[in-house]
Ligand binder design. Structure first.
Ligand code: MG
Length: 162
């Protein structure tokens, strides 16, 4: 059995007048994400973790933020591209674990929908995706609600000879 792991991290500023999209789900809040795409730090971190698992570069290399093709795009397209690259190499996901670092609002009510949406995009079971949330205890950029961050870890396993 050949296993690989990948790590992803992303951060985006929070501003008024933009939607807060987390894992493809719009979370009602007074602040939203500033970003070139829809600024979905969770999907960006998982995309980077998938790319990292097979040393396929990073999200900025595949989707440059100075390229207008990606402006205001749903981040699901980044994740779809990353999982396609992983599957083309003969690998598939074992599990994904994530942490969302956001001071407000409480994300508990949205987590089932976020897991289900990510599972749909990746064509895997929601049981394979863990989404956890924490505040930053009012400290630093996340604690002061200047931004939010996500960490992601993915394990992939070789399923086909390529
Ligand atoms: Mg990003």
């Amino acid at each position: 059995m050949i296993f690989r792991t990948g790590l992803g991290y992303d951060v985006h500023p929070l501003v008024a007048g933009r939607p807060l999209i987390i894992g493809g789900i719009t979370v009602p809040h007074t602040l939203g994400t500033l970003g070139h795409s829809d600024g979905d730090a969770l999907l960006h971190a998982v995309t980077d973790a998938l790319l990292g698992s097979l040393a396929l570069g990073d999200i900025g290399q595949h989707f440059p933020d100075n390229d207008d093709a990606w402006k205001d795009m749903p981040s699901s397209i980044f994740l779809e591209k990353a999982i396609n690259l992983v599957r083309e190499k003969g690998f598939d996901i074992v599990n994904i674990d994530t942490v969302i670092i956001l001071e407000k609002p409480k994300l508990k009510p949205y987590i089932p929908a976020i897991r289900e949406n990510m599972a749909r995009i990746l064509s895997i079971s929601p049981d394979m995706i863990s989404v956890k949330a924490t505040t930053h205890e009012k400290m630093g950029f996340a604690g002061e609600e200047k931004g939010w961050a996500c960490q992601a870890l993915v394990m992939v396993q070789k399923t086909e000879e390529k």
